[in-house]
Design a protein around this ligand. Structure first.
Ligand code: MYA
Length: 439
């Protein structure tokens, strides 16, 4: 309740628009009406599967789509620090903002390196648009490959993210050109499905999740207007209520190379609980959970020092068998605070993947043992986030999160995240409707 008025950012690993629900007539999607996605008003499909069949490479369009005069395509080489910084600069000034333009995602250059270069990535899927005359980067869209399981079916797909158009070039129908061009590049690699998320509602979400927020640095969140002191509450009481322990409860330690096989195994088993999940190879696990670890803490109580750390992954090891029994992972996505005389950046951590082998014990789900263990584990994630000097810890209503949110003092935000599949039909997946479970 105390957090009901919390302002939210709508995000996921970045993405999202703010506000979640656009008011546009869903019949009026000129571009999306032409794409192989479920159209509005379609009933649930009889069978899961593609909407249009895959094509042989020679039938895929070979030339780039035409751009308006004065603009040109440019494949971004993210390994080149200069081009990495160009994407960083474009996004940090033009990417997703909340409804009243108070906060804007500020992915670090290191985050972009991590997110855009998973095992098997294609540099051709890092698609930019430049002004021909001065080569300024003014638009971007990216894809990375992944293996996806949706209900019983496993297939290769692309994950599309970081669609961004410079503020001065908005509403000129450039987004459909970027989307078609990245689609062409994905098709050229023999891949015909995609997954993406957005704050906006377009045809047709397979799920919608809500953002929840756990305040860590209450005074800063109040100062920057991320949250407010509700009636019948004082700032001092809010600070007290949101205090987290100094040390974790479980014997957690940062993941190491020797844990990769055990974590991969635990991850794969735990993910059987859910209907739509990435299938990860050992290389994927190493990339997702190990490669993003930096050394530093955020700030020193002071502002302005950016840090290389992108993810924090912690494991619990059984001292006898040396098996990993639990893990959790957090990613770091700051936002620029657009109008604050005092603070430049809101340091946010997002709950990423986690697992516990308590889930595999008979009856653990039914008798509350699993819930209890997850509360302890993710409670420890809050401790680690707080030690890293993050200001707020965010989570979506997905995986097993819903049963944790209330006890761990998360409050509902006003951001929603819609999940989409391209060229794949499936019935709606659980998401926001589970929110009732929070109460
Ligand atoms: S979500 C994050 C998106 N980025 C931002 O919100 C950053 C700030 N905003 C901007 O930079 C611009 O406003 C953007 C739109 C670029 C978003 N997803 O050019 P327009 C449709 C899909 O005149 P602009 C993320 O990164 C819109 O409904 N479509 O508009 C995942 C309309 O079509 P229709 C979107 O405002 C991206 C058309 O574009 C989105 O100047 C997944 C208008 O174009 C959106 N977020 O630019 C992309 N926003 O008339 C899809 C607007 O039909 C991937 N639109 O309604 C699909 C899979 C592709 C690969 C397939 C492989 C097989």
């Amino acid at each position: 309740q105390a957090l009901e008025q919390m302002k939210i950012m709508d995000v996921v690993k970045g993405k999202a628009g703010i506000g979640g629900h656009n008011k546009k007539d869903m019949g009026a999607h000129k571009f999306w009406a032409t794409q192989p996605v479920p159209q509005l008003g379609e009933g649930p499909p009889v069978d899961d599967g593609y909407i249009e069949p895959s094509k042989p490479r020679e039938e895929v369009r070979q030339e780039p789509y035409p751009l308006p005069k004065d603009f040109e395509w440019s494949t971004l080489d993210i390994n080149d620090p200069k081009q990495n910084k160009e994407v960083y600069d474009l996004l940090s000034l033009n990417y997703v903002e909340d409804e009243d333009a108070s906060f804007r995602f500020q992915y670090s250059a290191e985050f972009l390196q991590w997110a855009l270069k998973p095992p098997g990535y294609f540099k051709e899927w890092h698609v930019g648009v430049r002004v021909s005359s001065n080569k300024k980067l003014v638009a971007f869209i990216s894809g990375v490959p992944l293996t996806l399981r949706v209900r019983g079916k496993v297939f290769t797909a692309s994950e599309i993210n970081f669609l961004c158009i410079h503020k001065k070039l908005r509403s000129k129908r450039l987004a459909p050109v970027l989307i078609k061009e990245v689609t062409r590049q994905v098709h050229l690699q023999g891949i015909f499905q995609a997954i993406y998320t957005a704050g906006v509602v377009i045809p047709t979400p397979i799920s919608v999740c809500r953002y929840y927020h756990r305040p860590l640095n209450v005074s800063k969140l109040l100062e920057v207007g991320f949250t407010f002191v509700p009636r019948n509450m004082t700032a001092a009481r809010m600070i007290r209520m949101n205090k987290v322990p100094d040390t974790p409860t479980l014997n957690v330690r940062p993941i190491e190379e020797k844990d990769v096989v055990s974590v991969a195994d635990l991850f794969a088993k735990y993910m059987r609980r859910f209907d739509m999940v990435p299938v990860m190879s050992l290389e994927d696990v190493r990339h997702q959970f190990l490669s993003g670890q930096g050394t530093g803490k955020i700030g020193d109580g002071g502002e302005g020092r950016r840090v290389a750390q992108v993810t924090w992954t912690y494991v619990v090891e059984n001292p006898e068998t040396h098996k990993i029994t639990d893990f959790f992972s957090i990613y770091h996505l700051p936002s620029t605070i657009i109008h604050s005389p005092k603070h430049g950046t809101l340091e946010a951590g997002y709950l990423y993947y986690y697992a516990t082998d308590v889930a595999f014990e008979d009856g653990a789900d039914e008798d509350g043992r699993l819930k209890k263990r997850l509360q302890t584990l993710i409670g420890d994630a809050l401790v680690i986030a707080n030690q890293a000097k993050l200001d707020v810890f965010n989570a979506l209503t997905l995986m097993d999160n819903v049963c944790l949110l209330k006890d761990l003092k998360f409050g509902p935000g006003d951001g929603y995240l819609n999940f989409y599949l391209y060229n794949w039909r499936t019935a709606k997946l659980a998401g926001l409707e589970d929110e009732a479970g929070v109460k």
